[in-house]
Design a protein around this ligand. Structure first.
Ligand SMILES: [Mg+2]
Length: 267
């Protein structure tokens, strides 16, 4: 059985962020896949929790396998999965305007909502779902603003300002949320990290009774969000937040800081 580091030895479950931990854009983080394998070989559980609202869980599973991580779909919680659970609990049978990818439209339908495709129905929408995707256009934004202005509830996958990509940063869902809030005067609920819903659902998926550790590369959404949900957080330095940022950080402290995932899990 692989030897786990003393930092993680006491935890039964891992809630692991993807971008900045396992890969950065399209580039794998060296040793990260082997570290996840070792964790699972030691009989521990893992759930991958990502704020990426564009990809379907099965696409994330494919990407994990292409990076050498043998993951199954029940181990993947995207902000689309969180959105589906959130809407299913509150808006079953309602009418939705969706700004988002094909994958997000499917999540909304699976939650039991009708997705509006006819302009005349937009003012009577019950809920507007906001989830950043590359093809977002003026019609999307107009429908979202119009429905929210007429009183529909605004629900977003997150408020991330930027997202890393191979060519540099791209705008995150937060920009779309700000646009629709500003124009409509409505205020959105964000269900992804750092909010409590994402952590609750990830924790339920883990299904362990013992201690859980969240691992991420962002002090605010990963470490801060986990702490607010009562979960220990460990910071890896392969993504957004640096050691200097962690030292000057006045929010919740990470229980561990490691140069990368392999050093955190295997020492
Ligand atoms: Mg990240």
């Amino acid at each position: 059985m692989p030897q786990l580091s003393s930092l993680v030895q006491g935890y039964e479950g891992l809630i692991l962020d993807l971008d900045g931990c396992l890969w950065v854009g399209g580039r794998p983080v060296p040793g990260a896949a082997q570290a996840v394998d070792a964790w699972k070989a030691a009989g521990r559980r893992v759930v991958f929790l990502t704020n990426d609202p564009r990809s379907a869980p099965e696409e994330v599973v494919r990407k994990l396998w292409s990076h050498g991580v043998k993951a199954s779909q029940d181990e993947v919680v995207t902000s689309g999965v969180v959105m589906q659970e959130y809407l299913g609990e509150r808006f079953d049978g309602c009418d939705a305007v969706v700004v988002g990818s094909e994958a997000m439209v499917r999540h909304v339908r699976l939650a039991g909502l009708r997705v509006i495709a006819d302009q005349s129905l937009v003012p009577s929408a019950d809920v507007v779902v906001l989830a950043g995707y590359p093809e977002v256009n003026y019609t999307d934004l107009t429908w979202a603003v119009r429905a929210a202005y007429e009183g529909a509830t605004l629900v977003a996958t997150g408020r991330d300002r930027i997202v890393p990509s191979d060519d540099g940063v791209i705008p995150g869902t937060g920009g779309i949320v700000a646009y629709v809030e500003y124009c409509s005067g409505a205020e959105a609920v964000a269900v992804g990290k750092p909010g409590p819903d994402a952590w609750r659902i990830a924790r339920e998926r883990l299904g362990v009774d013992g201690a859980v550790l969240a691992v991420g590369d962002r002090l605010d959404s990963d470490i801060g969000g986990a702490a607010a949900a009562g979960i220990d957080g460990a910071l890896v330095l392969t993504g957004v937040s640096s050691r200097e940022m962690a030292e000057g950080w006045d929010g919740a402290r990470p229980v561990a800081i490691a140069d990368d995932l392999a050093l955190l899990i295997l020492g």
